[in-house]
Ligand binder design. Sequence first.
Ligand code: FES
Length: 152
Amino acid sequence: MDSSRSLTVGEVAKRSGIAVSTLHFYESKGLIASTRSAGNQRRFPALVLRTLAIIKVAQRTGIGLEEIKKAIGKYPPNSKVTAAQWREMSSAWRDDLNARIRTLEALRDSLDNCIGCGCLSLDDCPLRNPDDALGKEGPGPRILEGKAIQRR
Ligand code: FES
């Protein structure tokens, strides 16, 4: 595709697989930018597709929009993200991604016996919490997150 070509929001949605409403949301958050046609319709440079690909990949790995915006915001809007810039962005996310993977692995391991079990055993099940006793300690799944103080 000619990178100097401008696209309507519908074309961007079709090419990126991202809903028009989401594109408007991204624009309102400053993640992407458009100009206006003579008829006051949004026009995006074709380069926006690369930015959207980065946003999509980052979101799939669990990177939050604010974090993505911080990384993308280092470069001028609608500029061509170079390989070096992508390397810099993705390297910054690597530690966060690795930490998330470790957490998910620990979660999977602690739920290994639980998935498909259904016993909710007061002795063994990591989902146990009679009378919401753990709620007094703080929010979230305390046993699964290794934060439970009281153990039965
Ligand atoms: S449901 Fe049986 S161990 Fe959790």
